[in-house]
Design a protein. Structure first.
Length: 706
C-alpha cells in the first residue's frame, strides 16, 4: 500500500521519509498510510550506506576484538541507527507477497541484485571475519545464549564464503546475485500466470453441482471484474469447491490443467529455465563451499543432519502409508465406476469430485454442512479464545494501528497479567496483488535491548480464505479453519518470543523445527471441546450438533494416507533436485516424474508440472527442506499426545510448552528444547496412531550433536 499523503504537510519540503524517523504510531507499528513508492528506494540506499558506515566503525575499532564490541553492536545498536535496511526490507518484501503491484515488482527487480551484492559485501569482508574469528577462538565466559549467537554468527560467515579465496568469493557473489534474481523472477511469473487464468461462465448449467456458497463466491468474483455471470479463478476458495462439486467434467479438466500447467507455456512467464538455473546455481554454491550437494549444505544446520536421515523418514512413511493409500484410491475408483459405468477411467481432475462422493457415502459429511458453523468472526473468536484458555492472553482490535489493506485487521495482544505482549495483524482473503497460500511473517521481531527493555514483536498471518459475498458473510471450511490455526501457531511462536537477541527469537529456529508450533495447533481443529466454544450456526446461533462432530471424528482419517504420500512426493522431488552433484540439464517434466514415482499412485499426466510452480523450494526457504513438514508432523503428533493425556486445555502443560519451546526461539538445540518439554525424544508412533496406521516404527533419526 502506498499513500499520497501530501495533505499532511504544508509543502513537500516538510515531508520526511517515514522510514527515517520514529513512526509515531501505536507501539511504533509501520505507518502504511504514510509510505510512498519513492520512499522504498531512498530508504534502501540510505540503509546500505549506514550498514557500510557501521562496518567501517567496527573493523576500525582499535580495541581488541571481543564478543561485546564485535557481535553485540550488530545485535543491539542503542539508537537503532543501523537497523534502517532491515526496517525497509521487512516492509517492502512482506508487501511484495501480500499486496504487490507493477511498480513494486519493477523496484524489486532493480533492488534485488543491489541488496544481494551488499549482503555479500558484509559477509565476505575479510576484516570483519578476522575480528569474528578471533572472538570465536578467544572470548570471555559466555552465557548459553551468547554461545549460540557466537556460533551462529561464525558459521553464518563460513557458510557465506568467508573462508574462500578472492577468486572463490567473486564467483560466489556472481552465483548468489543471479540466484536471487532467478527466484524473484520465478515468483513474479507465477503470480502473473495465476492471475491471468479466468474461467468466465455465463450459462447457469455450467454451475451444475455447485453449492450456493460456491455460486455466490463465483458471482462475486465476476462482479469484481465487471463481468456478468460467474468466474472461477485458481485461488483456493474458488478452485477448491469447483473441483469438488462441479458436475461438468470438461470444466473440471480445464481448471485442473490450467493450475497444473502454470508457467509451462510458451510465453514470458515460463519457469523452466528459471528452475534449471536455480537448481544449478545452488548446487554450484554448495560445491564452492566444500559440500557435495546443496542438500548436504542445508542439512548440516538441520535436525535431520544428513540426506540419509531424510530418505529414511520418507522410506518409513511410504512403507507405512502406501498400502493404505492404494486402498483409498481404489475405493474412489470403485465408486466412480459404479456411478459412471465399468469402462470409466478416473483422471486426476476427477479425484476431488469422486472422493467427496465417497466421503458422503461413508460418513454423510460434506464441508458445506460445516460452513454455516464457521463464520469468520466466530472462528476468530474461537482461535483467540483458545489462546486465552491455554496461555491467558487476550486480543483487542485497535483501529488506530495502520494497515496496508482494508481486509487486514490489527490487534494488540496482552499477556495473562495484562501487560502488552505483541501486535498481531491478520490478512484473510485472496486478491490480485497477493500470492497464493498462507504464511506468517513479522514486521518487527523481539529482543531485549541494553537497557533491559523487552522490545515486543509485530507479527502477521496472511491467508487466502473464503471471502464474504452480498448474500452471506465469510463462511469457512474446516480445512480453512485448520489453516488459520496453523498460521496462528507460527504467530504464537513469534508473539511469545522472549530472548535477548533478535536473531535467535521467535521463529528463528532450525527449519525442520519451525513447523512444530503451527502443526501442533491444527490438532485442535477437530477437538469437540474446542468446537463447542465457537462453532455456532451463523443464522440460528445453534451450536454444531454432537452428531455432526461425531462425523468429523469418524472421517478424520479419510484419504489421510493419500495425503501423506502427496506430501512425501513433494519432499522426494525437492531432494531429487538438491542432491544432484552434476549440472542439471535434464527435461524437467521427465525428471519430476521419475523423482517422486515411489510416492505416486496411478498414472502421471505427461504435460503437468509441479516444479515450475513449487514456490517452497524455488523461491521460499524450503529448498532441501520440504521434508520438514513431515518431520514436524511427527513432533506435533507426539507433543499433542501429551496434551491428550494431561488435558487439551491444561494450562500447566501449555505453560511448559510456552516456556520450553515457544518462548525459547533458537537459543538451544531444538531436540534439547523438545526433550525438556516432552521428557523424551519423539517417535512416529503417535502420528501412526492418530492416522489409524498400525505399524511399529523407529524413532526419528538421532540429531547430530552440535
Amino acid at each position: 500500500m502506498t499513500s499520497n499523503d501530501t495533505g499532511a504537510y504544508k509543502n513537500e519540503k516538510e515531508r520526511k521519509n517515514p522510514f527515517f524517523e520514529p513512526y509515531h504510531t501505536p507501539h511504533d507499528t509501520v505507518p502504511f498510510d504514510r509510505i510512498r513508492m519513492e520512499d522504498y528506494e531512498e530508504a534502501f540506499m540510505e540503509g546500505i550506506r549506514r550498514d557500510k558506515e557501521y562496518l567501517e566503525k567496527t573493523v576500525n575499532n582499535p580495541a581488541r576484538p571481543t564478543f561485546d564490541n564485535t557481535l553485540i553492536t550488530s545485535e543491539d545498536d542503542p539508537d537503532g541507527y543501523y537497523d534502517l535496511l532491515e526496517r525497509v526490507s521487512t516492509v517492502f518484501f512482506n508487501l511484495l507477497s501480500a499486496e504487490t503491484n507493477d511498480e513494486m515488482d519493477a523496484l524489486a527487480q532493480k533492488m534485488q541484485p543491489i541488496l544481494t551484492q551488499h549482503a555479500n559485501d558484509m559477509r565476505l569482508d575479510k576484516r570483519l571475519f578476522d575480528r569474528l574469528r578471533k572472538v570465536h577462538r578467544h572470548h570471555r565466559r559466555l552465557t548459553p545464549e551468547e554461545k549460540v549467537l557466537l556460533e551462529n554468527s561464525y558459521q553464518g560467515f563460513v557458510r557465506s564464503g568467508a573462508l574462500l579465496d578472492e577468486a572463490g568469493k567473486d564467483r560466489l557473489r556472481a552465483l548468489t546475485e543471479e540466484a536471487s534474481l532467478c527466484s524473484l523472477q520465478f515468483s513474479q511469473n507465477l503470480l502473473k500466470e495465476r492471475n491471468a487464468f479466468v474461467l468466465h461462465l455465463t450459462d447457469e448449467n455450467d454451475l451444475a453441482g455447485l453449492p450456493d456458497s460456491a455460486r455466490e463466491a463465483a458471482a462475486q468474483a465476476a462482479r469484481e471484474r465487471n463481468l456478468d455471470g460467474w468466474v472461477i479463478t485458481l485461488d483456493a476458495p474458488l478452485m477448491g469447491p469447483f473441483m469438488k462439486y462441479s458436475e461438468r467434467r470438461d470444466l473440471r479438466r480445464q481448471v485442473y490443467m490450467a493450475y497444473n500447467t502454470l508457467c509451462t507455456h510458451d510465453n514470458s512467464e515460463n519457469n523452466y529455465t528459471n528452475c534449471q538455473r536455480i537448481v544449478n546455481l545452488r548446487r554450484e554454491v554448495a560445491q564452492l563451499l566444500g559440500f557435495k550437494t546443496y542438500a548436504d549444505y542445508v542439512l548440516k544446520r538441520r535436525m535431520a543432519s544428513n540426506v540419509k536421515s531424510v530418505y529414511r523418514l520418507f522410506d518409513d512413511l511410504i512403507s507405512a502409508y502406501k498400502p493404505y493409500a492404494k486402498k483409498e484410491i481404489e475405493a474412489v475408483k470403485r465408486l466412480a465406476r459404479k456411478m459412471e459405468g465399468r469402462s470409466f477411467k478416473m483422471q486426476p481432475w476427477d479425484l476431488s469430485y469422486y472422493s467427496h462422493k465417497l466421503q458422503m457415502q461413508e460418513y454423510d459429511l460434506d464441508s458445506e454442512m460445516l460452513r454455516p458453523y464457521f463464520e469468520l468472526s466466530r472462528v476468530i473468536d474461537g482461535v483467540f479464545g483458545l489462546a486465552h484458555r491455554l496461555y491467558g492472553i487476550t486480543f483487542k482490535e485497535n483501529a488506530e494501528i495502520p494497515v496496508y489493506h482494508p481486509d487486514v485487521k490489527a490487534y494488540e495482544v496482552f499477556d495473562r497479567d495484562g501487560s502488552y505482549l505483541a501486535v498481531f495483524y491478520a490478512d484473510f482473503h485472496p486478491r490480485k496483488g497477493k500470492r497464493g497460500g498462507a504464511w506468517m511473517t513479522e514486521y518487527q521481531g523481539q529482543w531485549i535491548d541494553r537497557k533491559g527493555v523487552n522490545v515486543r514483536p509485530h507479527v502477521s498471518v496472511v491467508m487466502n480464505l473464503t471471502k464474504p459475498t452480498p448474500e452471506r458473510p465469510a463462511l469457512l471450511t474446516l480445512g480453512e479453519v485448520e489453516t488459520f490455526l496453523h498460521e496462528f501457531g507460527h504467530a504464537l511462536h513469534g508473539m511469545f518470543a522472549n530472548t535477548r537477541f533478535g536473531s535467535l527469537s521467535g521463529t528463528n529456529v532450525w527449519w525442520d523445527f519451525v513447523e512444530l508450533p503451527s502443526q501442533f495447533m491444527e490438532n485442535y481443529g477437530a477437538e469437540r471441546d474446542f468446537l463447542r466454544t465457537f462453532a455456532f450456526h451463523y443464522q440460528t446461533g445453534e451450536p454444531m450438533p454432537d452428531e455432526l462432530i461425531d462425523r468429523i471424528h469418524k472421517s478424520r482419517n479419510f484419504m489421510v494416507a493419500y495425503g501423506c504420500l502427496r506430501q512425501v512426493s513433494f519432499g522426494l522431488l525437492d531432494m531429487a533436485y538438491y542432491t544432484l552433484r552434476k549440472p542439471f540439464d535434464a527435461d524437467i517434466l521427465a525428471f519430476e516424474k521419475e523423482a517422486w514415482k515411489e510416492a505416486i499412485i496411478g498414472e502421471q499426466l505427461a504435460d503437468t508440472c509441479m516444479t515450475v510452480q513449487f514456490s517452497h523450494i524455488m523461491a521460499g526457504g524450503y529448498a532441501a527442506g520440504y521434508y520438514s513438514y513431515k518431520w514436524a508432523e511427527v513432533l506435533d503428533a507426539d507433543a499433542f499426545s501429551v496434551f491428550k493425556k494431561e488435558g487439551i486445555f491444561n494450562q500447566q502443560t501449555a505453560q511448559r510448552f510456552r516456556d520450553e519451546i515457544l518462548s525459547r526461539g533458537g537459543t538451544e538445540h531444538p531436540m534439547v528444547l523438545y526433550r525438556r518439554f516432552r521428557g523424551s525424544e519423539p517417535t512416529i508412533d503417535a502420528l501412526l496412531k492418530r492416522n489409524g496406521v498400525k505399524r511399529h516404527s523407529r524413532p526419528l533419526p538421532k540429531a547430530r550433536k552440535e
